[in-house]
Design a protein around this ligand. Structure first.
Ligand code: THU
Length: 135
């Protein structure tokens, strides 16, 4: 992945974070998902007074992409404001695994800390489409 493309994704995630609706946790998360088409889908967390109805930034971005017709992804950037970059929660890991474990994950905080990994590393032994006979 080109460095300039990575930088664009990081900036998109940081901007998306500003749109977070997080009145309960005050924890804002931004995501930027790069489709194999080259298109970028942004997302933020959207909380709810019924806390369990909250949607994470990563799933917001993925649902936007799939609903626009894109299901193959290259990379996902997640931006949070913390001492360390935040990792996708378990539900998001599972949700994203549906579309490929080879997804590059880039986790950043606002101080420029960056963790580069893959979804496969973050969800070993994943249950996925193959288990249901779907590839
Ligand atoms: N959150 C995300 O958006 N992504 C994650 O992977 C971790 C958690 C959100 C959900 C909730 O709005 C807030 O962060 C605190 O859990």
């Amino acid at each position: 992945m080109e460095e300039s493309q990575k930088q664009t994704l990081i900036e998109t995630a940081i901007q998306a974070r500003l749109k977070a609706y997080a009145p309960y946790s005050q924890y804002r998360v931004g995501a930027a998902l790069l489709g194999k088409s080259g298109r970028i889908y942004s997302g933020c967390n959207v909380e709810n007074a019924s806390f369990g109805a909250t949607i994470c930034a990563e799933r917001t971005a993925a649902v936007k992409a799939v609903s626009e017709g894109e299901k193959s992804f290259q990379a996902l950037v997640v931006a949070t404001d913390g001492q360390e970059p935040g990792a996708p929660c378990g539900i998001c890991r599972q949700f994203l695994a549906e579309f490929g474990l080879d997804l590059i994950l880039i986790l950043v905080n606002l101080n420029g800390k960056k963790v580069e990994t893959t979804l496969a590393q973050y969800l070993p032994g994943a249950f996925g489409p193959k288990n249901l006979g779907n590839e």
